[in-house]
Design a protein around this ligand. Structure first.
Ligand SMILES: *[C@@H]1O[C@H](CO)[C@@H](O)[C@H](O)[C@H]1NC(C)=O
Ligand SMILES: *[C@@H]1O[C@H](CO)[C@@H](O)[C@H](O)[C@H]1NC(C)=O
Ligand SMILES: *[C@@H]1O[C@H](CO)[C@@H](O)[C@H](O)[C@H]1NC(C)=O
Ligand SMILES: *[C@@H]1O[C@H](CO)[C@@H](O)[C@H](O)[C@H]1NC(C)=O
Ligand SMILES: *[C@@H]1O[C@H](CO)[C@@H](O)[C@H](O)[C@H]1NC(C)=O
Length: 467
């Protein structure tokens, strides 16, 4: 890990050494020293009131919420911040990405914390966001929840929060602050026009691949929207009522039609069909893996694979099956969180896309069963393995439930956000200040006044929410 190019530094200059001074000079000097001492004491108090990166444990709610219990999830934060720590998160990159992703078409929200308060830093437009207005409402409430919970212990930071399924900006693997900008450069989402500033960018989102090392993963808005703890987690006992032996050894799933979006340059999200057949199109930007699986795979083993786009089935009825399938959507599928508590083994499509807890918590044949690392027919091998290891698969199902109950809980999400904000604050290559954002409005005012002012905004405002 390299050192930051522009570390926070106190710019206090050491007092110069005077030679011989007159009495009057000495008096003046003494007065000057007193006033300097007073003002620096004042500055020190002000600095102590501001939370510093790394001070996260100082907040009383850090232990009240049991934030230490979620330690196994935080390494993802360090991983996402690695490029920020190497190259620095600059104010000009932050402003550039705020202008680019912060527009309603790009589903971004430019927000930040200053002196423990959450702010909307550039104006947004709830009617223009259409169905994403509801998703933004989920995150606005979450940021205010972080404010309520940790207040003055939240460090000063500015970032762009996105609700798109996959990242949509120029990867700092192609252009970053340490590489000179090639003239006439043009690649996917690198709009190298006048005013372009390379990353890393402080962008937060629900899913990413290694192609966007700088994207900071945050828990999915669906946790809030679906009142996850009150619905999925609260029903764990009920889901567990169907005994394992009574569950059918069939791989089951019902789906909506979504196709995966990707960057053609991103080898980590490339997908192949049966026998290594090419299935992506649109210049490699679309891979219909979900559709492909549903069209091709049931016919290969109709007795064991029951997947389709047909009528949805209530979650409780999923407990009739031993094996539940998770297929990726446009990017990661938040269905996974709903399947883990069902006491059935979750078969997960391997994917280059991941959410905030995948890399730290999900383990093949420990709490999930992964397939389609290369080709979809791997699912048949995994089904054979499952049939031959029924006891082990039952344990995998139980481990999935335990993962969800232990880590995918409200306090875990609140703590994760808080640790991420502290991590990001430590990677900033500039001194954040509210004056850098002249259009800033307290987020509470946005929620309570701006949002209900339009009908689209009011609809979003009225959505149920839980932490
Ligand atoms: C702890 O969090 C709760 C709920 O978010 C909040 O009401 C309370 O004021 C917080 N306590 C402190 C000491 O900040
Ligand atoms: C920065 O960009 C250059 C090429 O443009 C690339 O080789 C390098 O790996 C990038 N740095 C990081 C940390 O991604
Ligand atoms: C940049 O592109 C323009 C038009 O496509 C071309 O005329 C010019 O020679 C290019 N410049 C360089 C340095 O490649
Ligand atoms: C952005 O700021 C950094 C220093 O903070 C500077 O090195 C870089 O040249 C700036 N980039 C642009 C495009 O202004
Ligand atoms: C969720 O459940 C808790 C405790 O059972 C309850 O206090 C809370 O009001 C519920 N939240 C919602 C949004 O239903």
């Amino acid at each position: 890990m390299g050192s930051r190019p522009f570390p926070h530094s106190s710019t206090s200059s050491s007092p110069g050494r005077g030679g011989s001074v007159s009495l009057l000079g000495a008096v003046l000097l003494a007065e000057l020293l007193v006033s300097l001492l007073l003002s620096s004491a004042h500055a020190a108090t002000a600095a102590a009131e501001k939370s510093k990166p790394g001070d996260y444990a100082a907040a009383a709610n850090y232990s009240t919420l049991g934030c230490e219990a979620f330690d196994p999830t935080y390494p993802q934060i360090d991983s996402d911040l690695e490029i920020h720590r190497q190259l620095g998160t600059h104010l000009n990159s932050t402003k550039y990405i705020a202008g680019y992703l912060g527009s309603v078409q790009m589903r971004g929200l430019t927000v930040g914390f200053f002196s423990g308060r959450a702010y909307l830093l550039t104006p947004t437009d709830f009617p223009g966001l259409s169905h994403h207005a509801k998703l933004h409402a989920m995150y606005i409430r979450m940021l205010l929840h972080v404010e309520d919970t940790f207040g003055p212990h939240v460090p000063d930071v500015a970032f762009v929060l996105t609700t798109s399924d996959t990242p949509r900006y120029c990867s700092p693997r192609l252009l970053n602050v340490s590489s000179p900008q090639p003239f006439n450069f043009s690649a996917v989402d690198c709009h190298h026009s006048r005013g372009f500033v390379p990353g890393p960018y402080p962008v937060m989102g629900i899913g990413k691949s290694d192609w966007w090392p700088d994207l900071l993963l945050v828990p999915n808005f669906h946790f809030h929207m679906k009142l996850y703890d009150n619905t999925s987690l609260a029903l764990v006992e009920q889901f567990g009522e169907v005994p394992w032996a009574q569950r059918k050894p069939i791989l089951f799933g019902r789906f909506s039609k979504y196709r995966m979006n990707r960057s053609p340059d991103d080898a980590s999200t490339a997908k192949l069909g049966v026998g290594g057949k090419k299935i992506c199109y649109n210049g490699g930007k679309t891979c219909p893996s979900r559709e492909y699986f549903i069209r091709k795979m049931p016919e290969k083993d109709p007795a064991r694979i029951d997947v389709s786009f047909r009528a949805k089935v209530p979650m409780l009825r999923h407990t009739e099956y031993k094996y539940l399938i998770n297929l990726e959507g446009q990017g990661i599928s938040s269905r996974l969180e709903q399947l883990l508590p069902m006491s059935s083994a979750v078969f997960k499509e391997a994917s280059g896309y991941y959410a905030y807890y995948y890399r730290t918590l999900l383990k093949h044949r420990v709490n999930i069963i992964e397939f389609w690392r290369k080709v979809p027919e791997e699912v048949l091998e995994e089904l054979d393995w499952a049939a031959a290891h029924d006891r082990e698969v039952q344990r995998i199902a139980a481990a999935g439930v335990s993962l969800a109950r232990t880590y995918l809980v409200g306090p875990g999400r609140t703590c994760y956000w808080y640790r991420l904000l502290h991590g990001l604050a430590g990677a900033l290559a500039y001194e954040p200040d509210l004056s850098q954002w002249p259009e800033a409005v307290p987020l509470r005012q946005v929620l309570e006044e701006q949002m209900p002012a339009s009908s689209k905004g009011r609809e979003a405002y009225e959505q149920p929410w839980a932490p």
